[in-house]
Design a protein around this ligand. Structure first.
Ligand SMILES: CC(C)(COP(=O)(O)OP(=O)(O)OC[C@H]1O[C@@H](n2cnc3c(N)ncnc32)[C@H](O)[C@@H]1OP(=O)(O)O)[C@@H](O)C(=O)NCCC(=O)NCCSC(=O)Cc1ccccc1
Length: 328
């Protein structure tokens, strides 16, 4: 852990003047930057959320990645390749953002592999057909957009700036998913059934991506006070439902919720309650694919050891050469 960013001594490690400056910066909607003083709880919360987010992008490469070799055409293969590569890129920006808070990337990876840090529950469900690739783009990237567009205004500068580029790419991801499904819906009866089946399986897990309901979300109040989060879990879930219902109608699929209907008075859709016990089970490691996802990540990490060693040796050689040049 890099100690250059740790807080000076005092209450919560703070001189009152630094604490006041931090609070005033948040109140003015300005950004906290890596070299600014910040309360230890703020730093810890950010490392937790950003690391979970980075892990989600990296583990999130697996469910769709399984279909790269089985994509039905060269065009679909190229699109899917590009999307999965983008997800790797998102993970890397986010690990870099966590490093600005003093976190160590190798340590974060260890924590993920050992199950000591979380990643999004959604990536613990299997992708059973190519329609799942389309539904992940439509639902999962759609949910990611709802959740992440407000994070572009998050109070921590490096996180907010990473989100701007990530959101642009998520938008392309969502459209490719929807376009894939549109194509399948214009196809055969079997293809339309594949789309409906994928919608039925991914709808509820997608709603769970937004986290537990507000009254069972221990982190929300403080994260919102610090303006790390800008909206509550339930607000964003509602936004996702309202955005997705007309898209489902246009596509010609049914969302698997008998309680789903427009509420004129609220100006929003009412919808059923996700199975929160299922969310808790999946978060705790007992989802359909948790063991497989973590094991795959561990193997990839071990198999990549030679690349890290080679990069370190190369960097050391470059540094030695540069030093020799400076002396001569
Ligand atoms: C909203 C929330 C996820 C959770 O709110 P918070 O205030 O932080 O927590 P809260 O008190 O409400 O919860 C209590 C505990 O439960 C945990 N937990 C909750 N929900 C989940 C869950 N669903 N899965 C697993 N764990 C969950 C939570 O961490 C906390 O645990 P802790 O106290 O740490 O032990 C927030 O962290 C956030 O906005 N993160 C940034 C966005 C982000 O990470 N996105 C990832 C998807 S990226 C993507 O999809 C792109 C893509 C698309 C396609 C293909 C590939 C890639």
């Amino acid at each position: 852990m890099d100690t250059t960013h740790s807080s000076p001594p005092g209450a919560d490690g703070a001189e009152p003047v630094l604490q006041r400056h931090f609070e005033a910066t948040i109140a003015r909607d300005q950004r906290i930057e890596p070299r600014d003083w910040m309360p230890e709880g703020y730093r810890r919360t950010l490392v937790r959320q950003i690391a979970q987010h980075a892990h989600s992008e990296i583990i999130g490469m697996q469910p769709e990645g399984e279909w790269i070799t089985r994509a039905p055409s060269l065009r679909r293969k190229a699109i899917l390749f590009a999307k999965v590569q983008d997800e790797a890129g998102h993970g890397l920006y986010l690990y870099s953002a966590a490093e600005t808070l003093g976190a160590d990337r190798a340590d974060l990876t260890e924590r993920l592999i050992e199950g000591r840090q979380k990643y999004s529950s959604i990536f613990n469900y299997p992708t059973l057909s190519f329609a799942d690739v389309g539904v992940i783009g439509w639902f999962v990237d759609g949910a990611a957009i709802c959740n992440q567009v407000p994070l572009c205004r998050s109070s921590y500068g490096p996180y907010a700036r990473a989100m701007v580029r990530i959101c642009k790419e998520e938008s392309f991801h969502q459209r490719q998913g929807y376009e894939l499904l549109m194509t399948m819906m214009r196809g055969t009866k079997e293809q339309r059934e594949m789309v409906q089946d994928a919608v039925d399986r991914w709808w509820w897990p997608s709603l769970m991506m937004f986290g537990p309901p507000d009254d069972a979300s221990p982190n929300s109040a403080q994260s919102m006070a610090w303006k790390i989060k800008r909206h509550s879990n339930d607000e964003l879930r509602q936004r996702f439902v309202d955005m997705t219902v007309p898209q489902a109608e246009k596509l010609g699929v049914t969302l698997p919720d008998p309680e789903l209907r427009w509420n004129e008075e609220r100006g929003h859709h009412d919808f059923g309650t996700p199975d929160w016990d299922e969310l808790m089970r999946v978060i705790k490691g007992d989802g359909p694919c948790n063991a497989q996802r973590t094991e795959r990540r561990r193997t990839a990490h071990e198999e990549g050891a030679w690349v890290r060693e080679a990069a370190t040796a190369h960097a050391a050689k470059q540094a030695a050469r540069a030093q020799k040049g400076a002396v001569a």
